[in-house]
Structures are given as structure tokens and as C-alpha cells.
Design a protein around this ligand. Structure first.
Ligand code: HGY
Ligand code: MN
Ligand code: MN
Ligand code: MN
Length: 414
């Protein structure tokens, strides 16, 4: 396959303008974004993305999980398309680039192909995957997971948010439920551009992360049942305190992750006590555990050790305990051919690059199960993400999109 000439580059200013334009939709309170999945703001972001794709001459598709597809024709109508994309939904206190850089970077690939009059054998399709974040409707990467056959669609439709609203109902409500069968589309390859969301590339002074692997993940939801009682008049030895159990298990999650160093992480991210009143001993606690490691043995061992320790803590405090697995995927090894296309592109374009394991989960982790897949990463300031202060430079965005452009165009056979 011919490689694009090293002087073929994307339009960095246009990409940056589009990022800033999209960031105006669902603004956060501290400069980032709150464009959670299936909210009205998500709907607005989708509409803007669709408008841009249509202006770039793409034909739009929409499946039953709300995944959006913008199709640019190839010379060979029978050739399977090369897909490129990520997600437009954000955390409640998210940044402007997590996911969005990958979707608008994919759109910039199309726009630049149009500007440069590039024709490819394979069609190229830009994707916006629904509900990558998994914060409103767990688990993360829900719609790409259904697409890859890892979740049943009916199960996904029943996922509920904190207000008891279901994924299926909310998708209908915002008017972005398509007709297409999820996963019916076949791909030649999939590429995802994403900010690193960690400190390595910036610390090493590298422009590009060539992502060879992705961490595996366990999400567990723990429910502890104790007894509501008066915080003043109840003797200490008569308390059945679910909040205390949550605190001890939270410490155990951290300690177990530390015991599995290097390359193992663990935290409790969501934690609620009930009735959550100042002078009531909490009779119930519900919280989520997030364990990750690129090493499957460590990932399994952390979960197993936590379950034993949590049961011991619950017993000691007289608490009922339920641990529900809410999300899981094994560590991911991306496709060597696609990873090679990313590395060669960085080399050809003169960008410094480093092979890296993705700490965060991405839609690419699921899509890698159904088609050859690779990721391109760019640094982010102080490695910060899932924080409204998330920041990247326009140069990093450009470099990432240039490499994405070359990898996609080469794989689509210019
Ligand atoms: O959880 C993750 O790793 C992703 O950001 N949703
Ligand atoms: Mn993301
Ligand atoms: Mn994220
Ligand atoms: Mn081919």
C-alpha cells in the first residue's frame, strides 16, 4: 500500500476551531464540559457533528444504540470501510478533548481528504460511539460494547441512571435512536485518536503515543446493608454502620492496588450513603470499585483479594454485602499491522513517538475484538483528564490528527 507523502497534513487551525466550537455545547462550571450521554446537550453536540459531516459530503448512518456513522465513498464500493472515531459524550466535570479530539480528528481526516482531492479504494467512515464514559449509564464503552457483541442490546437499554431513567427511554427522548442493526456494519480497520489522560508522553517530551496495548478493567458495585440509627444516642457497640464498612473497603481497594505494583490501579469513584443525614448512622452504602491492570493475572488477583477482604470487613461490622460485577474487559493487544501504520506515520511525519499502554478504557478496546484496531495518542497537560482543567496544545492536536490522517489514508489505500 502506498503511503501518503510526508507533506500531506491536516488543517490544524480548522481542527482547533471545531474543538472550540463543540466545547461551547454543554459547558461545565470551570471551563470544561458537562455533555453527558443522552442529555439534551449530547443531542445538540450530535446535531452539530452531523451538520459538519454533511457539509463535508458524508452520508450519515445511525444505529439502534445511537452510534453515528459519517460515510465518505471509496473507489471500490465493495471494499470494507476504514472506520475512525471516538465519543462526544463527556464526564459531568469533563474536559474539552477526551473523546471529542478523536471524533473531530476523524472529521478533519475527511475534510483534509476533500481539500487534497484524495481518493481511496476503501470508503472512510467517521464514528461517534454513544455513552463511552459510562458515568450516567454504566458500564463505560456501552454502545461500542454492544456493537462488538460484548453486551446484549436489551440489557444496555435497561441500564438506569441515578434518577431511574433508562438508556433506551433517554435515547428515544433525545431523538437519536436509529433503525440500523447494531454491529451489522463490517469494518476493514478502526483507528481512534485520543488524549493520553496520563503524564507519560508529556514527561518524556513525545508528540505521539503509539498504543500497543490497553489495560484490562473490573468495575464492581458494592452494596452494604446495616441499620439506620441515631448518631447521638446509639452506643458504639450497638452500631451497624454501612458508612464505616465503605470507608474500610475503600482503604482496602487502595492498599490491594499498591500491593500489586507496578502497573496496577484501584479506586472507589462513586460513593453514596443512605439516608445521608447528618445525625443518622448510615444503614446503607452503595459504591463502585475500579480496578485496572495490563496484566490479567494482577487484575484477577486484585478482584479476588478485594472480595475476600470485603466479606471479612462486612462480617466484622455485622453488615450485609452484595458485590455486583458491572463492567469488565481483559487487557487488550492492538493489531500489529494497524499499530505499525501509526508508528510509520509518526516516523514519516517527523513526530517523536513512544510505544505506550493505554491506562484509560476506550471504544477501540471493544472494537479491537471485531476488526484490526489501533490508537493514536497525544499528550495532555500534567496528564490531567476527567477534570475540567484538561488541556492540550493545538500543536499536539495537529500532530495527533496528522498521524491519524496518514494511518487512515494508507490503510484505506490512497
Ligand atoms: O473509564 C474510562 O477509562 C473511560 O474514560 N471511560
Ligand atoms: Mn475517552
Ligand atoms: Mn473519559
Ligand atoms: Mn485493503
Amino acid at each position: 500500500m502506498a503511503a501518503p507523502g510526508e507533506n500531506l497534513r491536516i488543517n490544524g487551525e480548522r481542527l482547533w476551531d471545531s474543538l472550540m466550537e463543540m466545547a461551547k455545547i454543554g459547558p461545565g462550571i470551570a471551563g470544561g464540559n458537562n455533555r453527558q450521554t443522552l442529555t439534551d446537550e449530547d443531542g445538540e453536540g450530535r446535531a452539530l457533528f452531523q451538520k459538519w459531516c454533511e457539509a463535508a459530503g458524508c452520508e450519515m448512518g445511525l444505529d439502534q444504540m445511537g452510534n453515528m456513522f459519517a460515510w465518505r465513498a471509496g473507489e471500490d464500493p465493495d471494499a470494507l470501510p476504514v472506520y475512525v472515531g471516538s465519543h462526544l459524550d463527556t464526564q459531568p466535570t469533563g474536559g474539552k478533548y477526551d473523546g471529542v479530539l478523536g471524533v473531530l480528528g476523524g472529521l478533519e481526516v475527511i475534510r483534509s481528504m476533500n481539500d487534497l482531492g484524495i481518493k481511496t479504494k476503501h470508503p472512510v467512515v467517521v464514528v461517534n460511539w454513544t455513552n463511552e464514559e459510562g458515568t450516567r449509564f454504566a458500564p463505560a464503552m456501552l454502545a461500542s460494547g454492544v456493537f462488538a457483541g460484548m453486551h446484549e442490546q436489551a440489557w444496555a437499554y435497561d441500564r438506569q441512571d441515578a434518577d431511574g431513567k433508562s438508556f433506551g427511554a433517554e435515547l428515544e427522548r433525545i431523538g437519536w435512536k436509529g433503525e440500523e442493526e447494531v454491529g451489522a456494519r463490517k469494518m476493514h480497520a478502526f483507528f481512534e485518536l485520543h488524549i493520553e489522560q496520563g503524564p507519560i508522553l508529556e514527561a518524556e517530551g513525545k508528540d505521539i503515543g503509539v498504543v500497543t496495548h490497553g489495560q484490562g478493567l473490573w468495575w464492581l458495585e458494592v452494596t452494604l446493608t446495616g441499620k439506620d440509627a441515631h448518631t447521638g444516642s446509639t452506643p458504639m457497640n450497638m452500631r451497624v454502620n454501612a458508612g464505616l464498612g465503605m470507608a474500610r473497603i475503600t482503604e482496602a481497594v487502595h492498599r490491594i492496588a499498591m500491593e500489586h505494583q507496578p502497573n496496577a490501579v484501584g479506586a472507589v469513584g462513586q460513593a453514596n450513603v443512605y439516608p445521608n443525614s447528618r445525625n443518622v448512622i448510615p444503614g446503607k452504602a452503595v459504591f463502585t470499585i475500579d480496578f485496572r491492570s495490563p496484566d490479567l493475572e494482577k487484575l484477577t488477583s486484585m478482584r479476588e483479594k478485594l472480595e475476600v477482604e470485603a466479606a471479612r470487613i462486612a462480617e466484622e461490622l455485622g453488615l450485609g454485602i452484595e458485590i455486583e460485577p458491572v463492567g469488565h474487559f481483559d487487557p487488550v493487544t492492538f493489531d500489529e499491522g494497524c499499530v505499525g501504520a501509526v508508528r510509520d506515520a509518526a516516523e514519516r511525519l517527523g513526530y517523536s513517538h513512544l510505544d505506550i499502554v493505554s491506562g484509560a478504557g476506550h471504544d477501540a478496546c471493544w472494537i479491537n475484538r471485531v476488526t484490526p484496531t489501533a490508537m493514536v495518542m497525544c499528550p495532555c497537560v500534567d496528564g490531567l483528564s476527567h477534570n475540567e482543567a484538561e488541556e492540550i496544545s493545538a500543536e499536539w492536536a495537529r500532530a495527533g490528527a496528522d498521524v491519524l490522517f496518514h494511518a487512515v489514508v494508507e490503510t484505506a489505500e490512497i
